[in-house]
Structure formats: C-alpha cells, structure tokens
Ligand binder design. Structure first.
Ligand code: 7PJ
Length: 369
C-alpha cells in the first residue's frame, strides 16, 4: 500500500497580496506556498512532487480514494491552529514560537550540568532568571540522557528535581519535568510541575501513560532509537524523516488509547537520540513534515553534537551560534517550542525574527491608509 506524506515548503515572508497562494502553517507565524507530496511504499520513497497550495485540491481529486483520504487528514492537521494548552494558571499559546529553558540538575558536565547540584535555591533562581529573560517554560531534568549516559536511581532523580520544581512552580513559573520515570513524574506533578517531557515517549515506564492521563497533563513525546547507553552505536533508518514520523504517529495513538487527550500531546523528533549526522540533518531539513501529525512540535538542538560536527568540532560550551541558528531554523519551520540552554540569546534572536514576520503581515507601506 502507498502512503502519502505532505511537507509544507516554499516558505514566504508575507501573505499580503498573494491570498490563496500562501497558507498559514498550523495557526502559527509562518506561511508556506507549496506542499512536497512524498509517496512511500514499503518504507521507501517512490515518488515526490511539489504542489503549489492553490493546486492541492485538484491534486487530491486526481488521487485514488485511499491516498485522497490520507491527504485530507494531513491537510486538516496542517491548516488548523494548535489550541493553547492550559498549564496551571497559565495558557501556553502556540501562535508564535515559545522558548523552553533547560535547567539541568545532573552532575554531568557535558554542557551545563553540575552547576546547581545540591543547590535547589540557586537552581530555582537560575530558572526564574530564564523566565525573566523570556522563557515560557523551564524544563527541569535530573537524569542525563546524553549518549552513553547510565540510568539514575529514581530516589536520586527525585531528590535532584522535586525541590527545584516546587520552588519554581511556587514562584509562578511554568515547569516541565524531563524524565522517563513515572515515580519522578508523580513527585514533580505533586510539587506543581505542569508538563512532562519524556525522551522515551512513554516507552520506558509502563506506569507513565496512566499517570499522565489521570493528571490530564501535557506531555512531550520524543523520538529515540535504542536507549541512551547504546543509541549512538550505528543507528539505522530506512528513511529517517519518514520513519520518525510514523514512529511518532504510533506513539500519539498509544498515548490517546491510554487516555491522554490529543490536545495534550507535543511531538519532538529527538535530535541526537539514536541518529547519526545525516539523520539529524534530514530531520532538521524536513522538520515541517511533523505538523502533519496535528500536534505542536518541540525542537531540542541546543549545543548538540550536530553543531560541533558542522563547526570544526566546537566543544559544547562553544556552540552558541549554531544553537541560535538551529532555533531560528526551527522557528522558520513553524516549531512551536524551542528547548534551549541560552535563553537570553535565543529569545533576542526570535524577537528579531518575529519582528520581521510581523512586518511581513502588514500591507506595503504606501498602501497603509
Ligand atoms: C532533548 C530532551 C530533546 C526533549 C534532552 C540535551 C540532551 N527533551 N532532553 N527534546 N534533549 N523533549 O539537552 O543535549 O531534544 S537531554
């Protein structure tokens, strides 16, 4: 059976005067002018075609019924806005990109780890400073999931994260907990966390899905291949972009079956989690495809190895430029949440980008009467 995928492309800098030739992507800040229709059989691309948005209805009419149904379902996802998620007293809106600031409570010194270990007050201060700098959410993590990392005992992970979550949530910050373990999720939710960010997409702990369903809590489902210990040993895909898309579609369906509302799900291609350099680049290039899943997209590329690999092996603490470049790339592809270490710099870059977008949505100057 053939499967169809539609990737929004041909992004345009404004929509004024070209009505009908550009569509707003998922109710966000970016507009696109074409779909790349990708036809897949047995996991492999068999054809692809660029279809201007004004000709998509015609193209769908020419497809057989099954492909046409797939196309309509994807179009509905691409063209409807993503409703805001209520998280505690806050509404997390997705009409423009939001920044998730990383607050690492691990002893791991890879990028920012170790700074706050044993110091929940200092960590919470750092988190609140990220909110003041423009972050919309703080992501608190107590287990390193970087390549080669070993698992942490639940009790240690709770001891590292729970006090910080409590301080941050008590201070009015939207908080997510970065964990794969239901017991750590439960402790964080009891301490006031609003979102669960699970790099295993609820695969790791069988108790996690029911817990989240009971809490009606938004969850990030991230793609990974293998476990952190072994994931970078020769990762393989038939087609990284298509495989990750299908994998996430299955995880969304499983989460829904477990009672988690679709409107509570955020998807993430999981840059660096069981991917080689080419896989990461294919996912970054094809990122807008994931809007077809109908959920907000989170992109986490900050300080990752892919940046080092493209910049003369710059070490993790010297990847700011590349991190900002990839955050902007994500914004341009319509990603709704950007998970970053360097909040101030990323927020500034996104504000400049947003200013350009906003001007693009206005009529040209001489027609503004
Ligand atoms: C990610 C994450 C990511 C989500 C980490 C690091 C490795 N959670 N946790 N997405 N990465 N959702 O930050 O370098 O990409 S830990």
């Amino acid at each position: 059976m053939q499967r169809l995928y539609l990737r929004p492309t041909g992004f345009v800098d404004h929509s004024y005067g070209i009505q009908g030739q550009a569509c707003r992507l998922a109710g966000g800040a970016v507009w696109f002018s074409a779909y790349e229709a990708i036809f897949v059989e047995g996991g492999r691309r068999v054809a692809s075609q660029l279809i201007p948005v004004e000709r998509i209805d015609q193209a769908i009419e020419a497809m057989d019924a099954d492909l046409a149904d797939q196309a309509q379902a994807i179009l509905a996802n691409l063209l409807t806005h993503r409703p805001a998620m209520t998280i505690g007293d806050h509404a997390l809106r997705f009409d423009r990109p939001r920044v998730m600031g990383i607050l690492n409570m691990t002893p791991d010194s890879f990028s920012d780890g170790g700074a706050h270990i044993g110091d929940p007050d200092g960590a919470a201060q750092a988190g609140l400073a990220m909110i003041a700098a423009g972050a919309g959410i703080i992501d608190v993590g107590g287990e390193s999931t970087r390549p080669g990392a070993a698992t942490v005992w639940d009790g240690d992970e709770i001891a590292r994260t729970e006090p910080v979550v409590r301080l941050l949530a008590g201070g009015g910050a939207p908080v997510s907990i970065d964990t794969r373990k239901a017991s750590v999720m439960a402790a964080a939710l009891a301490a006031g966390a609003h979102i669960v960010n699970d790099v295993s997409a609820l695969d790791h702990d069988p108790a996690a899905a029911a817990l989240l369903a009971a809490h009606d809590c938004p969850v990030v489902l991230m793609h990974h291949q293998g476990s952190p210990e072994t994931m970078q040993q020769d990762p393989r895909y038939e087609d990284a972009l298509i495989d990750v898309y299908d994998w996430l579609a299955v995880r969304i369906a499983r989460a829904e079956a477990a009672g988690i509302a679709r409107g509570r799900i955020i998807v993430d291609p999981g840059i660096g989690f069981g991917k080689n350099m080419r896989h990461n680049l294919q996912l970054l290039n094809g990122l807008a495809l994931f809007h077809g899943l109908g959920c907000p997209i989170l992109l986490g590329a900050s300080r990752k190895r892919v940046i080092g690999a493209l910049s003369d092996n710059a070490p993790a603490d010297q990847r700011l430029g590349g991190s900002v470049a990839l955050a902007l790339h994500g914004a341009q592809a319509g990603a709704q949440i950007l998970r970053v270490h360097d909040v101030r710099e990323t927020v500034q870059a996104l504000r400049v980008w947003q200013g350009l977008r906003d001007e693009g949505l206005m009529p040209p100057v001489d027609q503004r009467f």
